[in-house]
Design a protein. Structure first.
Length: 239
């Protein structure tokens, strides 16, 4: 009688229910997660035979259908070559569940896929993904974008960040503004000291009359160690 391979010989599935949709997931894959290993190996307290059929699925609470589908799509895509056509929100939702359920290998692969794509994403979405998915390296670069850009925080952005983080970003932006002002000449007097109108136009409206001058001023502003200021702000620390 042939014996089953210890890793690839088990074709058993468990059935899960998310928002009235059934999912059959292979037991071999589930055992990669500490969360599901505990569920499988310990005595289950639910209905007898729960998870063994469509009639008695295991109910997964606290997650959405979008998150579940995104996790499965991201899991499959993370092991494929090329550029899988998943949106940033799909990757982030998949990473969230991989993190929550302890799929360490899948988590690492998804993060690798997202490392480049996340640079093109709205900085507030980058902050949310960093904190929700527990990826520390994404957090401070996202804050840096908010601190260096010409446009200040919108009302919606300030609401998403909350009072403490918004205040911290405004303090850093004021430091950048002060530093940047030193590089703008006073057009009305020819002095090296900028007038108030020039400073406000440059910062709030992107307003150096000359695009090259504005670019040079921004370059000078970046010589200020913005990342150091971010790391000094308690509200902006990773936790």
């Amino acid at each position: 009688m042939p014996s089953k391979h210890p890793k690839y010989g088990d074709a058993t599935y468990l059935v899960f229910l998310v928002e009235d949709i059934l999912f059959q997931l292979p037991l071999r894959r589930l055992k990669q997660s500490q969360y599901f290993r505990d569920m499988i190996e310990e005595t289950h307290t639910g209905l007898e035979g729960e998870g063994n059929s469509d009639e008695k699925p295991i109910l997964l609470r606290g997650i959405t259908l979008f998150e579940m589908i995104s996790f499965l799509d991201a899991t499959e895509a993370s092991f494929l070559d090329g550029d899988p056509q998943l949106t940033f929100n799909q990757w982030a939702a998949g990473l969230h569940l991989a993190t929550m359920w302890g799929f360490d290998d899948i988590r690492k692969k998804i993060i690798g896929r997202m490392d480049v794509a996340i640079l093109k994403v709205d900085p507030l979405d980058r902050v949310d993904a960093s904190l929700k998915c527990r990826v520390q390296k994404w957090l401070h670069p996202a804050y840096e974008v908010l601190c260096k850009r010409d446009k200040g925080l919108s009302n919606d952005e300030a609401q998403r960040l909350g009072l403490q983080r918004s205040a911290a970003i405004w303090r850093i932006r004021e430091s950048v503004l002060s530093h940047k002002a030193q590089s703008l000449p006073n057009r009305s007097t020819g002095s090296d000291q900028p007038d108030l109108f020039t400073i406000i136009k440059s910062w709030q409206f992107g307003g150096a009359r000359d695009e090259r001058e504005n670019r040079d001023a921004n370059s000078h502003a970046t010589s200020l160690d913005v990342m150091k200021l971010i790391k000094q702000e308690e509200a902006l620390k990773y936790s």
